[in-house]
Ligand binder design. Sequence first.
Ligand code: B12
Ligand code: SF4
Length: 468
Amino acid sequence: MKILLTHGYFLAEDEKEKAIMRPYVPLGILYISAWLEQHGYDNEVFDSTFSSFDLLCARLIDQQPQVIGIYTNLMTKLNVLRIIQFVKANEQLQHTKIILGGPEVRNHAQKFLEHGADYIVFGEGEQTMLELVQFIDGTYEGTINDIEGVSYLDAEKGLLQNKERTKLKSIDALPFPNRHKVDLQLYFDAWKGRHGTSTISVSTMRGCPYSCKWCSRAVYGQSYRRRSPNKVADEIAHIKANYAVDSIWFVDDVFTVSHQWLEKFTEEMTNRNLVMPYECISRADRMNEEVIINLKKSGCFRVWIGAESGSQKVIDLMDRRVEVEQVQQMIQLARKHGLQAGTFIMVGYPGETKEDIYATVQHLKNADPDLFTITVAYPIKGTPLYAEVEDRFVTSLPWESSTDRDIDFTRTYNRKYYDYAIQMINYEVNYHKALKKPVANLFKLPMLKLRSTLAKGHMWMEERRRIS
Ligand code: B12
Ligand code: SF4
């Protein structure tokens, strides 16, 4: 049986990412690939990142797979629809069953199916994909209704959604993702060319026990399962033995959620001489000095600590469950111990006012992270934020030509205001940073102040526009 796994992300079409140049391998399909292989199903992976839509189409015609499995997230949705359209329109591919998985499919199952997908896999994908492949192959002992985690269209009954997939009890049962199915060197070269060091993604946990309102938990739900520290160390040993890569990016939601796990992981890494630089994401309330010391010992060079706002009011509105002072302290403490600290900021959250935005500026000045990113909040379908603002969407966009990132809703200010707010935060915080070395930044300082003042002026004007 010919199975092709792919994803609809084409770096060449993504101007923003080309500027950033931090491409990551599609780990989800590499896990699916390994699981299928372990259970007797050979499969191929078409990694679209460094390829093109045309080459993918050529591969489909050449291979004529019985099954194409596609990873789908909110950014790749439109390309996934293009791929479906191509398969459906091509005479040689009429036997090809299209299976979609990934974070975007659970809450749009009906639409994807109406647009040509045959099956939607929601939740953890490995076992569901295996059973679906067996079903298509005619070796599954049951009916389609027995396969947990699947949605499909029934000619008479319309959308049918099977039971939720029972999650794997122990994720130690998972084989390592099939990294050899993609050309990792392309990723390493892209990273090295732009940033001087290469990186590889590793996953140690599935699910997150928190409930931040804007965050999608469509795949693993509000759960927490972790691989044993020694299994993770085995994977790192395997990576070190097989790839010349400089660092690891842990894709986990909250790397330090369990202090006991981190302690054991640190022991494994140091005792087995595996320490290598890594980057991870965490939460300030799951950090303290001991945790930071263990991060450092085990190789962490950069930790991302989210708060999203410097206003406790907004943090509470987001149900982020963290104190703004905690975030500042942990960023400072991480830096004191020689780690780089990054943080994420979001503006335009419902209920946020200009006072809150200025509190965020102050927060960044106090915390003084090495890096920070700012986005305008947008609602992902299936999240509490989406439900909260759904009746305030500015326009109703056609599903097949837009993504959730395009959604705008009525906020405290207009959309332009937030673009200026982002500029203002960047200039204001960078001015504050530059002030620490006034002589070296003699020419930079007045420019930054001027730009920040201009951005504030624009914000003021946009605010008037709202009032008038
Ligand atoms: C690392 C990460 C990134 C990295 C790298 C992304 C990458 N390509 O690896 C970066 C920083 C680049 C990134 C960017 C973005 N991300 Co991101 N990211 C993640 C994160 C933290 C881990 C992804 C991961 O590797 N998971 C581990 C793998 C094993 O899980 P998985 O991919 O979900 O795969 C499983 C299932 O989905 C399913 N499955 C997957 N594919 C397939 C295919 C088939 C056929 C089947 C049957 C099943 C199946 O089975 C897999 C195994 O169980 C997730 C959150 C999370 N914890 O998963 C968010 C997440 C995927 N990102 C998200 C978002 C919103 C984004 C951005 C849009 C943010 C932005 N810029 O606005 C961009 C989009 C970038 C892009 N062009 O695709 C959302 C997606 C929401 C949605 N509905 O799509 C998530 C879920 C975060 C969140 N909680 O809200 N991201
Ligand atoms: S934002 Fe982070 S901590 Fe909050 S629910 Fe999502 S993954 Fe968990």
